[in-house]
Design a protein around this ligand. Structure first.
Ligand code: NAD
Ligand code: UD1
Length: 405
């Protein structure tokens, strides 16, 4: 198998288009971005083998991933899933031995900024050693095609906006961000030293939203502090108000500005990256995945209120330590070279996030108060008081309602 794969890689370097790729290995596949990306991969015709250790995602009773069960429902296709920790190299090795893997998308990481400052060693071990294990196993099996989940956090405080991929990196203010920066540097070194590697680093801006079906979304097992989930918690009545960190920044309305991107746009960015790797031997290339639009906290809040017809009470307090003022992407490189452009609007990000939130108040851990009925070919599903009527997605929900998933 190793010899075969090496031959394939040489073929690739020789410039042949690797149209025969079919199997993608996805680490962290049960997580937020991974699960949405798998929908796009399956829709694009790839077979998917996913692993996750459930450090930050919900596990089922038999070690299955409920998020991926729902992905199967959405796509009508199956996902091969293994509960596997990237720190468990022998297990990773075994999975690679049992499958012919063409390329890897590496999402698995711990990502809580605050937590990373409290337990830095855990973050360095999980994110960096996990990545080293993965790279070593890939190399042993002659698989050199990789898409890596990086973050705009590697830029630190921007000198110019919108920010391009050429902007210097490394001036990072937190441990989580430093793990991303170190891995990027490591990937640069190995791709310079070993010509077989073909790697794309994708620097995500601020992913939000959920699949429009409302079947999958973000359901971390650790507490989250990002803006949109917090805003939704206030809108749903679980928290009294939103604290806006700083109202005196030099921005359109004094509040911090970010580049929010719909998670389904991010997902399609990965398919575009795989298409690129298939066609060209890049060694290593980095792309921003954002919309290019800077949106302030207050602008997001007002859009969220209008779309969801809710009120989000807020109070403006001190700036959050380590926060940057404004960050948004120059996306022209991804547009030009990947043929990819974000297409979802801010309204759709809010609408889809809200659908996921209201239809799954307990995330993947089960719904209550649900019903479904079909009449004359029309399906109506009521989940926790929200009705999905006669839409493409209503029919997908029906079995989950019956099973109480
Ligand atoms: P997530 O926590 O929902 O998903 C990551 C998944 O990886 C989780 O299911 C977790 O259980 C798993 N995991 C962690 N360590 C593992 C290990 N050692 N072995 C196996 N599985 C492991 O996070 P996400 O938002 O989907 O992020 C995916 C990737 O994108 C991460 O690398 C993250 O750093 C990066 N990223 C995320 C954001 C964001 O805001 N969500 C922004 C920029 C970059
Ligand atoms: C955070 C992470 C970053 C990660 C990114 C994407 C930090 C310091 N950085 O960035 O590493 O790559 O998420 O997931 O956490 N805000 C409020 N009130 C809140 C929450 C946030 O006003 O309760 C404001 C923030 O000050 C900021 C904006 O909302 O201006 C977005 O914050 P957040 O969602 O936490 O993302 P980032 O700070 O961009």
């Amino acid at each position: 198998m190793v010899a075969q794969e090496n031959f394939k890689c040489c073929d690739h370097i020789a410039g042949n288009i690797m149209s025969s790729w079919s199997t993608v290995f996805v680490t962290g596949g049960a997580g937020y971005i991974g699960s949405h990306c798998i929908v796009e991969l399956l829709d694009a015709g790839y077979s998917v083998i996913a692993v996750d250790n459930f450090a930050n995602s919900v596990n089922g009773e038999r070690g299955e991933a409920p998020s991926l069960k729902r992905v199967e429902r959405i796509t009508g296709k199956t996902v091969t899933f293994y509960q596997c920790d990237l720190l468990d190299k022998p297990r990773l090795e075994k999975i690679f031995s049992e499958h012919k893997i063409d390329c890897v998308i590496h999402f698995a990481a711990m990502k809580a900024v605050g937590e990373s400052m409290q337990v830095p060693l855990l973050y360095y071990k999980n994110n960096i050693v996990g990545t080293i294990n993965l790279l070593e196993v890939m190399k042993t099996h002659g698989c050199y095609q990789l898409v890596f989940s990086s973050s705009c956090t590697v830029y630190g405080n921007p000198d110019v906006l919108p920010i391009t991929e050429e902007h210097h990196t490394g001036n990072v203010t937190n441990v989580y961000g430093r793990t991303k920066y170190f891995i990027e540097e490591m990937l640069k070194d190995i791709s310079a030293a070993e010509k077989n590697w073909n790697i794309i680093c994708l620097r995500y801006f601020n992913p939000v939203g959920a699949h429009p079906s409302g079947l999958i979304g973000e359901d971390p097992t650790k507490a989250f502090t990002n803006l949109m989930p917090y805003m939704a918690q206030v809108a749903i009545g679980n928290r009294p108000n939103l604290t806006i960190f700083g109202g005196d920044y030099n921005t359109v309305d004094g509040t911090g500005v970010r580049d929010y991107i719909h998670v389904m746009d991010l997902a399609s960015g990965h398919v575009a990256a795989l298409n690129k790797l298939k066609k060209e031997h890049l060694r290593l290339k980095t792309y921003n995945l954002g919309t290019g639009q800077g949106v302030s906290v207050l602008q997001l809040l007002r859009t969220f209120e209008a779309v969801t017809k809710t009120m989000v009470p807020f109070e403006i307090q001190d700036r959050r330590t380590g926060d940057i003022v404004s960050m948004y992407a120059n996306t022209s490189l991804a547009e030009r070279e990947l043929g990819w452009k974000a297409k979802y609007t801010l309204e759709q990000m809010c609408e889809d996030f809200w659908r996921w939130q209201t239809m799954n108040p307990n995330g993947y851990r089960g719904n209550s108060n649900n019903s479904a009925s079909s009449e004359n070919g029309r399906t109506s599903v009521i989940i926790n008081g929200s009705e999905l009527m006669d839409t493409d997605w209503a029919q997908l929900w029906e079995p989950f309602v019956q099973g109480g998933l």
